[in-house]
Design a protein. Sequence first.
Length: 307
Amino acid sequence: MEKIVYVGLDVHADTIAVAIADDGRNREIRFHGVIENTADSVLGLTKRLVAANTQPIFCYEAGPCGYGLHRLLTKLGFDCAVVSPAMIPRRAGDRIKTDRRDAEMLARLWRAGELTPVWTPDEEQEAMRDLIRTRKQSLDALKIAKQQLQSFLLRHGLRYNRPTYWTKIHWRWVNELRKFRFPHQQLAFEELKRTIRQIEERIATLDQAIKDAVKDWRFDALVDALRSLRGVNTIIAATLAAEIGDINRFDNPRQLMAWLGLVPSEHSSGRTVRRGRITKTGNALARTMMVEASCRIDTHLEKDILF
């Protein structure tokens, strides 16, 4: 009979540290070693574990390497969980961090049942996320570019006296500013303006790409349903659908709101109940889109405020 083993994987771009915890509360945790982060190396690891008459159950932390390893192991027929780093219990006094210790910790906690797997998107879902998050990164870059231009003008004593920036009137004021004394200073000014225009064009392209992609997406019905809510446009609806994914994974609305970080924080003891601001845990992008939707309701905006 095959015995169950819990395998913790500390995944990096080039390597994977592997630790194995035998089934049973006080059983041994072994460091298996470090393998290359390639499909062939992972396949070799699974063959060695199966040859040892074991049934491996894998887990690793969500991170920059994505879900490729999860998909590979699942395709090979093995159970694999991806866990959120923020939800991993850690000892307060632990100040030593190595790949080996991280892998052993994952194996131990996985065996103890103290790790909660996150929902893993399929490749189509991840592709939509990539598109939407690229848009978010472009918006962040636009914000920085605008701040850089404002700082440049402020350093040279050029102040805009109206309350609203980046309108047609504001751009007219920027374009009509005097020429700077030095040619290279003028070049810097022109490049700052050009950078903003380029990023705005990129965002417009991404917006259209998202709208086109939604038409053939399996969550198009969810996007249409979300768009029926006041303040929710196509971009907001697509972002929420892409980040939330399968909404049926939440047992009730409270779980969804907790995942969005929209429930109040609480510090209660005895008969004293203290509730504070929202927790802001969970998915920041989806939460921000919820905030934008509410802002659009209040101000009846046709254009996006935050995004």
